[in-house]
Design a protein around this ligand. Structure first.
Ligand SMILES: [Zn+2]
Length: 359
């Protein structure tokens, strides 16, 4: 049996459960493409996958990793869009294609929605298998590291800001906890949309990096009252949109900092899911609370075009070899990064001869 190098676990627990070694290569089934991984990017989701998510039963051993880029290694007989040797990027959102939401083009609402790496074997290995429809050609001039860093957080931030919160040029956006992959993507997308952006962090260094990417205001939440600062800078009005992926620690600040009739969009709750609700503020200020997760295929292709044309470039904080994947996840868990943490897998190099833009 073919084997591959992989980062995997055989029981749930802490990151010490992760092992690096050989596993059987994933089987190629109908409609699927097998990709020789060149780079994979980390997400906080990985930490929850290793520790175990309620209601998610995995076949063990499990390979985590939801973001990846590589070269097509094998295709099943009925795959027409890709050729062996072609560099590709992965959209990790797996949807059934048949439920009412898939048929309406709302793939992230799919009743059987899954994420590769969370529910199915992931990208922290020499090979991964994905449905043909989940791959796009790696755009010319883009590296595998950038391709791996792109998919999950840029599609998430894109849906949050464009479809869900309907951000328009000239609006004010507050983004909590700048430095995480999704917050940096949100900053770049909000600037591209012509918004004025406020960011927060407990690190002056991260605020400086965000300012270099175009953030208009940066507040150190360890030193100042963020809501008071936002109200001061906006003439007591508040921001039009708040991007909150932090949860318990920031929710009340979001309610205070958003303008009357404004929108708060959430895609996560890294500090906990059950803050004080502030229902009185929600109705009195007529706030819209919007949930968002991943994106539809068409939203993914929209944001992938901006990646291909160079208008959005993922910020890669640090690259580790796959063999040091556990150290990379410890680094992510410590929260010191600004942008994406990436694993280098197998053979290296940029794909100078990548194919045309995604279909
Ligand atoms: Zn579906």
């Amino acid at each position: 049996m073919e084997s591959m190098r992989a980062l995997y676990f055989t029981e749930h627990g802490g990151l010490d459960k992760l092992a690096y070694g050989d596993l059987p290569a994933p089987a190629l089934t109908a409609g699927m493409v097998r990709v020789a991984t060149r780079a994979a990017a980390l997400n906080r989701l990985d930490l929850f996958v290793v520790s175990g998510l309620p209601g998610v039963q995995l076949t063990l051993p499990h390979v985590p990793g939801s973001d990846g880029a590589g070269v097509v290694e094998a295709i099943s007989g009925n795959v027409a869009r890709f050729k062996v040797g072609e560099p590709v990027i992965l959209n990790p959102l797996l949807s059934c294609g048949q439920c009412e939401f898939c048929l309406a083009g709302q793939h992230s609402l799919c009743v059987k929605v899954k994420i590769l790496g969370e529910h199915a074997s992931g990208t922290y290995a020499g090979l991964f298998v994905a449905p043909e429809g989940n791959l796009l050609p790696l755009p010319a001039g883009r590296t595998f590291e950038e391709g791996a860093a792109f998919s999950l957080v840029y599609q998430t931030a894109w849906r949050m800001l464009t479809t869900r919160s309907r951000l328009r040029a000239g609006e004010d956006v507050l983004i909590h906890g700048i430095g995480s992959g999704v917050s940096v993507a949100a900053l770049q997308i909000a600037k591209l949309a012509g918004a004025r952006v406020f960011v927060t962090s407990s690190s002056d260094e991260k605020i400086a990096k965000a300012r270099a990417l175009g953030a208009d205001f940066g507040f150190n939440y360890a030193a100042v009252d963020v809501a008071a600062e936002v109200l001061r800078e906006t003439g007591k009005r508040g921001v039009d949109v708040v991007v909150d992926s932090v949860g318990a620690a920031t929710w009340m600040t979001s309610l205070k900092a958003v303008r009357r009739g404004g929108r708060i969009v959430t895609c996560g709750a890294t500090t906990g899911p059950n803050p004080e609700a502030g229902i009185h503020m929600t109705f009195w200020k007529q706030i819209e609370i919007l949930g968002s997760t991943m994106s539809s295929h068409s939203e993914y292709q929209d944001v992938a075009r901006l990646f291909a044309s160079g208008r959005l470039t993922p910020v890669v904080d640090r690259v580790f070899p796959l063999s040091e994947g556990r150290e990379a996840l410890e680094y992510l868990k410590a929260g010191k990064q600004f942008g994406k943490v990436v694993l280098r897998v197998g053979e290296q190099g940029t794909a100078g001869t990548a194919g045309t833009e995604g279909t």
